[in-house]
Structure formats: C-alpha cells, structure tokens
Design a protein around this ligand. Structure first.
Ligand code: MN3
Length: 205
C-alpha cells in the first residue's frame, strides 16, 4: 500500500510563506485523494507491489488505457506531492552545499541563476503542472516543466526529480490568488536544500 510521506512540521509551520489552510487542503485532501486513487488503480493493474518509480517509468506496459491513465495521473500525483511536501521545512537550509552546489554552478552558472531559470519554467507552464530540478545516475542535472501530474519519470527522460515546484492553483490560490510569481518567490523561502542534496545523492549513488 502506498502512503503519503509524513510531515515533520505542522500545517501552520510554513507561515507566512505557505498558509495553513492551503497546506491542510493540499496535503489532507488533494494528496490524500491522489494516494487513495493510486492505490485503487495499482490494485487493478496488479502493480501494487512495485516501486512507484518503476510503475511510472513503465506505464506503456499497462494494457487497459483507462487504468494506464489513472496510474499516470494518480501515481504522478502521489509521487510528485511526496517529493514536494518532504522538501519543505520551517527551518530550511536556503542554499545547497557540497557536490550538488558544485554541479549547480557548473551546469547553470550559479545558484541564483538556477532559481531564475526554474522560476521562468514554472511561470511559463500553462495551466496546471510542475517545474523540476532532476538528476540522472551520472550526476547530470536538468530543469524542465510538465503538465498535469506528469514528471520526468513518466516522460521517460532518464532523469529523476530531486526538487518539485507545484504550480497547480490548489498549491497557492487561497493565499496568492493569480499571483503565481509571488508564490514561487516565497516557496523558495521554505525549500530545504539539505533535502534536495539528499535526493541528489540518492539518485547518483
Ligand atoms: Mn498539488
């Protein structure tokens, strides 16, 4: 059974950057719903004992198109939000260090430039979707954006996301209304780059 990542902070702990009602609704309703529906679809497809990354990377092996779509949308929703919520912290490390910091500098010029480029992709994603920093086993980094609950795994890029920027309106509309840029600026205030570094190490080990 697939379960939501446990939050090690309270719903109101990310105030004023992310408000408590948004957190409670996002985690308690949206993510909970993706997770429940993913479990149902995985059961139907007989893949409930596989790793979610394996499932998302091999959607084309699912014969029934309705089940395949349900796995892509709800498996993506499950996985993407586990990454999103686990990287947030009320006491974040505001910049990467070590190997990840070095790779960011050599790939994107600087950490500031990476944030600028990620923000540009997140603002440019039309409608609902995500922006990503991803890594491959060689340690290469890639930034990209995806519609809906797609991600670099289901897109078969060979990269695994290590940082997730949720730009669905449900992630910010209660507090920020249409101002996605303000949300993104404040989202960076609660991203723990120690977690992103751990994610990088997990992909590249
Ligand atoms: Mn969301």
């Amino acid at each position: 059974m697939f379960t939501q990542v446990e939050l090690n902070y309270a719903f109101d702990a990310l105030e004023p950057y992310i408000d408590a009602l948004t957190m409670e609704t996002h985690y308690g309703k949206h993510h909970a719903s993706y997770t429940a529906n993913f479990n149902k679809a995985a059961e139907m497809a007989g893949v409930q004992n596989q790793d979610v990354i394996e499932i998302l990377a091999n959607l084309d092996t699912i014969a029934d198109p309705a089940v395949r779509t349900a796995l892509k949308n709800n498996g993506g929703g499950f996985y993407n939000h586990n990454l999103y919520f686990s990287q947030l912290s009320p006491n974040p490390a505001n910049a990467p260090t070590g190997k990840l910091a070095e790779k960011i500098d050599s790939t994107f010029g600087s950490f500031e430039n990476l944030k600028t480029e990620l923000t540009r992709l997140a603002l440019g994603q039309f409608g609902s979707g995500w922006a990503w920093l991803s890594a491959n086993p060689n340690g290469d980094l890639m930034i990209s954006a995806s519609p809906n609950q797609d991600n670099p795994i289901s897109e078969k890029t060979g990269y695994i996301p290590i940082l997730a920027l949720d730009v669905w309106e449900h992630a910010y509309y209660l507090k920020y209304k249409n101002l996605r840029g303000d949300y993104l600026k404040n989202l960076f205030e609660v991203i723990d780059w120690n977690v992103v570094s751990e994610n990088y190490q997990a992909v590249t080990k």
